[in-house]
Ligand binder design. Structure first.
Ligand code: ADP
Ligand code: MG
Length: 278
């Protein structure tokens, strides 16, 4: 029987009011949202309903005007910018609609960059970045720059980059928004693989109902609050399951919670490498 998972993210009556000169724009109006560790949640809603604002709050990119946000029990809504940056760098991975890769860097260098900011030694950075790119089936594209990669390949680099510091939470804002449906499907397969096999909590904004149904739960936002919650379709077979797993990262200050359910070594899984369709 599935055991009850602890809450990893809790938004409690969160308000965000943007000030544009004299005008106040309330983007979030008392948003309540609870996300359990290991959940895959989709957020839908019309343009302007506050989806990206909510993601920015969860991702420690901004703080609310009012209300509280708890990440793993810690109230992050009143932290300083430098504390937020620390949490963001280590505990949150971001995937964006526009991929947001640095054009002057290769795929490998893009994936290494977040580890540089965390002070990881160069040889470890290279090894881990190679491993992550291998996991998204881009081992033969590591030394290419974004302009030499397709949209789907660029988003897979972004997925690898989001895992660089082994975050618990992955935030994806319209990850398939710039991709055709077939390529989007491949990207979704990788996201689900992260959720199921790596136990990552995933929160994803999408306009696409088919994409949203990959999640376990869909939250509909309107005017800065949740107006409806529905369960996603379950048990969609994932062609990538049994594929390459992410090597566990050793971390000096690892919390005990993070050690559960993790593969100890990629080598156990090398035997059953499964290639995804390119
Ligand atoms: P969504 O992602 O659902 O389209 P957003 O969270 O981007 O919605 O925006 C919600 C509301 O907040 C919109 O009315 C938008 O114009 C406004 N808004 C978002 N970001 C800012 C900002 N930085 N400054 C002023 N208003 C903003
Ligand atoms: Mg948005």
């Amino acid at each position: 029987m599935a055991r009850e998972r602890p809450t990893i993210i809790h938004l409690k009556k969160v308000w965000k009011v943007y000030k544009m000169g004299e005008v106040e724009v309330p983007a979030l109006r008392g948003l309540d949202l609870t996300i359990k560790d290991g959940e895959f949640v989709a957020i839908m809603g019309p343009s302007g309903s506050g989806k990206s604002t909510a993601m920015n709050m969860i991702g420690c990119l901004d703080i609310p005007t009012e209300g509280s946000i708890f990440l793993d029990g810690q109230d992050i809504s009143k932290l300083s910018e430098s504390d937020l940056a620390q949490i963001r760098g280590r505990r949150i991975g971001f995937i964006f609609q526009q991929f947001n890769l640095l054009q002057t860097l290769t795929a490998l260098e893009n994936v290494m960059l977040p580890m540089t900011f965390q002070g990881m030694p160069a040889d470890e950075r290279i090894e881990r970045a190679e491993h992550l790119l291998d996991m998204v089936d881009l081992e033969d594209r590591m030394h290419h720059k974004p302009s030499e990669l397709s949209g789907g390949q660029q988003q897979r680099v972004a997925i690898a980059r989001s895992l660089a510091n082994d975050p618990e939470v992955i935030l994806a804002d319209e990850p398939t928004g710039n991709l055709d449906s077939k390529t989007g499907q491949i990207v979704m397969d990788f996201l689900r693989k992260l959720n199921i096999e790596e136990d990552k909590t995933i929160i994803m904004v999408t306009h696409d109902k088919d994409v949203a149904h990959h999640a376990q739960r869909i939250e509909f936002l309107k005017d800065g609050v949740v107006i409806r919650t529905i369960k996603g379709k379950k048990n969609i077979p994932n062609p990538l399951s049994q594929g390459k797993k992410v090597k566990k990262m050793t971390r000096k200050t690892e919390s005990p919670r993070k050690t559960r359910n993790r593969p100890d070594n990629i080598s156990n899984n090398q035997a059953n490498k499964v290639r995804s369709k390119k």
